[in-house]
Design a protein around this ligand. Sequence first.
Ligand code: UDP
Length: 322
Amino acid sequence: MQVLVIGGAGYIGSHVVRRLLDAGHKVHVLDNMYSGREENLFPEAGFTRGDILEYGPLATLMQQGWDAVVHLAAFKAAGESMVKPEKYSVNNICGTVNILNAMSESDVRRFVFSSSAAVYGEPEYLPVDEEHPARPENYYGFTKLEIERILSWYDKLRGIRFAALRYFNAAGYDPEGRVRGLERNPANLLPVIMEVALGTRERLDIFGDDYDTPDGTGIRDYVHVSDLADAHLQAMDYVSAQDRSLVVNLGSESGISVKEMVETARRVTGEKISAHVTDRRPGDPAKLVASSSRAHELLGWRAERSDVETLVRTSWEVYKGH
Ligand code: UDP
């Protein structure tokens, strides 16, 4: 298939591009390089530098007869979305609407969308399945949910079949070392730990150690980015073969605490990794773990590289080389 990957120079996007290329697809990347990195571009894929907010060039690119569009170009810092909602409205909502309008104009009918576990908000039960009420607690999660709702209308009205992939906590790097770009100003736990290990950040703030969890720190469901990349390929195939849309969680179904992540990183890197406990971060639930049984049933997908050791080791392989 000919696939347009929007945001393909980013952290998750570059892993998705790698996977699509490995599977023999023809890939073209559209990225404004705001968070994307040049070193994440693969010579086998085409590349256009451009912004989803510029409708004209986007619509022109869309006319090139793509079999599917994978869209990962969004801002993703939940905390920032609460203080800069406009930025998230414009990019995550208006930008995605532009893509969908360009698709319907050009008759492109398959769409794989990066959604998020942030659509659920504070969990009412665990593990969180797709039937769990969606009540986002941050504006970022709201933008993702809003697009999912728009998608179900474009499915009905325009025949655009979509896969909304609700990622839990993406982490790790390509185990074969083919993706080298580091995220700029990361706010997520594992890249922050890696920067402390590398010495480019002084210390890790642990956001609370008085949660109702075995060691008191927050528990999340971390899923290896190469597992996520596999799911994009499988979802694209599903949407094409079944001519049907789907919404699925992508998680490992197991939880890792902040302390466990830090301790594993100390062992794997041999670095001290200074950490101290600070206040809780507003809106953080104690524990968030996915049920991914729907992804297993419909796509045959399961996280296979998402154990704490592999997450930390594959990340450190990339960080220590910088
Ligand atoms: N966390 C932390 N310090 C940091 C970043 C994250 O203690 O500098 C904790 C956070 O409170 C949560 C977990 O690590 O329990 C994962 O947070 P992250 O921001 O990576 O993802 P989120 O779960 O918020 O999407």
